[in-house]
Design a protein around this ligand. Structure first.
Ligand code: HEC
Length: 118
């Protein structure tokens, strides 16, 4: 009886750990939280006003990821993006690229920094 009980407890503990890991991996807000740091300049959800800096919404994931890696490595010329790209791991950059690729391009929402009237 005892070994079975211990076995059942272990199975439940393993299941709980697995479920927590799965929930974390599938948290849709995790990618958005990372991507939100880009909204200030690239517009809400990556839809920039007048294309400056360029919109990120709906762009190809692989292209966005490669661009960010090139900024990180200093291979691509930039004023600000070198510093910005260096703040993220490659895994985080992949999450960010995936987030913007999944956003439908749409009407530009003014970037917080571009809003006036305050
Ligand atoms: C402080 C403003 C600012 C922030 C924040 C910012 N960017 Fe940028 N981004 C720029 C500017 C300016 C450029 C043009 C290149 C340069 O001068 O650095 C650019 C260029 C880019 C490009 C190249 C676009 C193209 O078509 O050439 C990509 C991709 C990009 N940014 C992604 C991101 C991502 C992803 C984030 C968030 C992790 C981010 N940016 C945050 C200002 C910003």
């Amino acid at each position: 009886m005892k070994p079975t009980l211990i076995g059942a407890c272990c199975a439940i503990a393993l299941l709980a750990t697995g479920a927590a890991a799965l929930a974390q991996a599938q948290d849709p807000n995790a990618a958005r939280s990372l991507a939100a740091t880009c909204f200030t300049c690239h517009g809400s959800d990556g839809r920039s006003v007048g294309g400056v800096p360029p919109s990120l919404a709906g762009r190809d994931k692989a292209e966005l990821l490669q661009t960010m890696k090139d900024f990180k490595d200093g291979k691509r010329p930039a004023t600000i993006m070198h510093q910005h790209a260096k703040g993220y791991s490659d895994q985080q950059l992949e999450q960010i690229a995936g987030y913007f690729a999944a956003v439908k391009p749409g009407p530009a929402a003014p970037a917080p920094a571009a809003r006036s009237g305050n």
